[in-house]
Design a protein around this ligand. Sequence first.
Ligand SMILES: Cc1ncc(COP(=O)(O)O)c(C=O)c1O
Length: 452
Amino acid sequence: MKKESTKLDAATIRQYEKDHVLYPWAAQKDVNPIVVDKAKGCCFWDTDGKEYLDFSSMFVFSNLGHSDDRVKEAVLKQAEKLQAISVSFATEPKAKLAKLIADLTPGDITKTYFCASGSEANEGAIKIARLVTGRQKIISRFRSYHGSTYGAMGLSNDFRNWAAEPAIPSTVHCLDPYCYRCPFGATYPNCDVQCAKHVEDVIRFEGGAKRVAAFIGEPVIGSNGIIVPPDGYWPKVREICNKYDILLIDDEVMAGWGRTGKWFAIEHWGVDPDIICTAKGVTSGYIPLGTTSVNKKVAALIDDIPYIHGHTYSGHALAMAAGIATIEAYQEDDLIENSAKLGDYLLEKAKELMDKHPCIGDVRGKGLFVGVELVKNRKTKEPIHDPYIEGLRPPTAKVKVLAEAMKNGVYCLPGIASVLMLAPPLCVTKEQIDFAIEVFDKALVIADAEVE
Ligand SMILES: Cc1ncc(COP(=O)(O)O)c(C=O)c1O
């Protein structure tokens, strides 16, 4: 056994990990990771010095890009003074970050509970919703991912749920605002936004204001296929929630912090949620952080009832410092604007690929959050694989396309659905987008060959 301080070569690192690390969402025998040495901006390098363009922001968290000196320095400066202190005490970085979040989030979001991940942020939201309404039921959607802990997983729905079933009680799913595969067989804009009206039906069948505490949704559905709802969906859902006095929980864990070209994706539709959950982009992953933020109405309701919830590392000073520095860097570099501007460019370039590749059924997105849906047949829209039936990522053409892109220096997240998720850091350049599109243009030939 080598001493911990001994430098390990790539083969040993890989072997130690294979022997001693449990990898998520994978049969362990299939794990054979690339050993990463360093990362900077939109790129990372393996131990052989090969460069990869990060076209996924890892798990869509590296919104700022890798190794930003401003965040590193802020964390180091904080570490010199105070690293962690009980959340029962007030600290300058916690106060500052909570105020920043209150200032930047839409509507009258005012108070934030800090945790360490998106799953925990949503757990907090479920508890708050149940606590302040005194009701149990939470409505979510079929194509959704809200996290891997039991409560958040119960609200989600794809193969990642299977191992966690049965879900926590009183979670109810409804159909998705998915225009490309409209569950109502309708076409926008002549559909009267049936997908939003359906939410009202489900709320009514589930007991309305007597039984339902909240509706939760990703403003733009992320890992289940980058699905942008039609205009009118969110305003209608807000109206329905008001009508039945139900809380609207906006899960911005993936879509928030500039990803879609606005600070928070729900702002595209001018809707003010009651609770906003974030993680990922709030610190761009420099230090893990999750946030559950409530509006004034909800905050007032928790004034008199104890908020029975907590974590040891809530408000960790290093995470707070990382959050402040990340947000300030977004502002300093105009990265939210860059996401909107270069997102339009990426969408246009990805749409151009449709002309050449019959395997592409649909291209959609907002900001630097673009989905390229792969199908076996454009007419029937049969997906390359169906994650809701087939489960864990079968070795389909999509996986082969991603492997080919990786070989040629572009890393892209597999996601869950039959969709390529294009989501580079918000500091990506036009030239980097052009390079990635060129690589995908070549790799997509593999999926074209399977078109029926
Ligand atoms: C929309 C959404 N919510 C929640 C989560 C869970 O976040 P975490 O993995 O940090 O627990 C994710 C993770 O990808 C997500 O995309």
